[in-house]
Design a protein around this ligand. Structure first.
Ligand SMILES: [Zn+2]
Ligand SMILES: [Zn+2]
Length: 423
């Protein structure tokens, strides 16, 4: 067999995984300080969780879902987070209190698309969702949390674009206006946009193709069609962002690929990413629960791509330092020394101290010191026949190069003392 993982799905280990975990933990801390608690949903969902909700006309549902087929059922691997989240909220009745509630998730997503830089078939996403709060302050909060995440990693090379896609009412009017604009120009649009025209004309504004972009340049904008309530909401979101010191710009072309969004839509992009420049984004989706046949309730959220964030951190050389060095490297020379250092190493490990020891009892001092250097140990502890006879062990500070004799009787205490002195 050819030993190779599925295309677009990567293994993570060693330094890289360590860095991922550090970054993940920091993001989870930020969620904690904004009051978001974690939620996890299964990898498999019934197809209708996505097909009837995030919209059959989207690429995700049309052609990117992985199916898992059993004798009696077909399931899909979660291609995005919000619909699974909504299914879980409704099923567990987490919305029924009517109180604003905050959730975040960190989950792998699966989409069958052409793998390229920053776009994998298994990718990892953080998401945040705030339900039961229709206020513009809630929208601004989500944008602020996302902004805080990038700021906390000292990333400055990103742009925040916001828009309002209106409510059912004003968007209906806008869609008509937009269709009237595109109707005589259909031939200038790409094949996909021609298909979009009937069902989701707004998504034509989102098309990245040169011809379509050229045509949409003169298209009427949603901004001019917003109803009074949507307009007031949008203005308040902006003033909150100014108070939150989030730099943003308005971009009336942001309509988001998914069509359950209402009012606020936002995108974070970074030029450090190249062509696929989206860092994260989200918006309000008050209409989503109705797609599940349930009473509507307010909800706003965002998604953040981990792979993209890691690319930016690497680009900026801002990745966390890999630190998996042992505090001690034990070098027992001979069986007798091993019988003393082996149980000591276990006692230290049980106290939370990474203490490396070789199980090879045939090696000499030179080999041990080489190993201690290789694993970047803070200290190496040597014990051979000479030391045994004198009732001591030799402790070498690998950073300073200094060496001292430590009496066997106080060995454990002395080692602990040194660890607790470490930063
Ligand atoms: Zn409206
Ligand atoms: Zn197009």
């Amino acid at each position: 067999m050819e030993i190779r993982s599925v295309r677009g799905m990567n293994d993570l280990f060693g330094e890289e995984l360590y860095q991922w975990t550090q970054v993940e933990n920091r993001i989870k801390q930020i969620f904690g300080s904004f009051g978001y608690s974690e939620i996890r949903t299964p990898v498999l969902e019934k197809t209708e969780v996505f097909s009837g909700t995030v919209g059959n006309e989207t690429d995700i549902v049309e052609k990117q879902m992985y199916q898992v087929i059993t004798d009696s059922e077909t399931y899909v691997l979660r291609p995005e987070g919000t619909a699974s989240f909504m299914r879980s909220i409704l099923e567990n009745k987490l919305h029924t209190s009517g109180q604003p509630s905050r959730f975040f998730y960190y989950l792998p997503m699966f989409r069958h698309e052409r793998p390229q830089k920053g776009r994998l078939r298994q990718f990892h996403q953080f998401g945040a969702e705030l339900i039961n709060d229709s206020s513009p302050e809630a929208d601004a909060e989500l944008i602020t949390v996302l902004d805080q995440i990038y700021k906390s990693f000292e990333i400055t090379e990103y742009r925040v674009r916001i828009n309002s896609v209106g409510c059912n009412q004003c968007r209906g009017d806008y869609k008509e206006t937009l269709k009237n604009f595109f109707r005589p120009k259909l031939q200038q649009l790409c094949e996909q946009c021609q298909k979009r025209f009937e069902r989701s004309a707004m998504r034509i504004l989102d098309c990245k193709r040169e011809n379509c972009r050229e045509t949409t340049k003169t298209a009427p904008l949603i901004t001019s069609c917003l109803c009074a309530d949507c307009k007031a909401h949008h203005e308040r979101v902006k003033s909150c962002l100014i108070q939150a010191q989030v730099k943003f710009e308005e971009d009336p072309y942001i309509v988001r690929g998914l069509d359950y969004y209402t009012r606020t839509a936002f995108e974070f992009t970074s030029e450090l990413l190249g062509a696929q420049d989206a860092l994260g984004g989200g918006g309000r989706y008050d209409g989503l629960s109705a797609r599940f046949g349930e009473a509507p309730f307010p909800a706003v959220g965002f998604g953040l791509g981990m792979e993209r964030l890691m690319i930016v951190l690497k680009e900026k050389q801002n990745l966390p330092q890999f630190n998996f060095a042992p505090s001690f490297f034990f070098a027992p020379i001979g069986e007798k020394a091993f019988e003393i250092l082996y149980p000591l190493s276990l006692r230290l490990k049980r106290q939370g101290i990474w203490c490396d020891i070789s199980y090879d009892k045939t090696k000499g001092l030179k080999w041990f010191l080489k190993q201690a250097n290789r694993v970047n140990a803070n200290y190496s502890l040597m014990m051979g026949d000479e030391e045994l006879k004198n009732g001591i062990a030799l402790l070498k500070d690998m950073k300073q190069g200094s060496q001292e004799e430590i009496p066997m009787a106080s060995l454990e205490n002395e080692l602990l003392r040194r660890v607790h002195r470490e930063p």
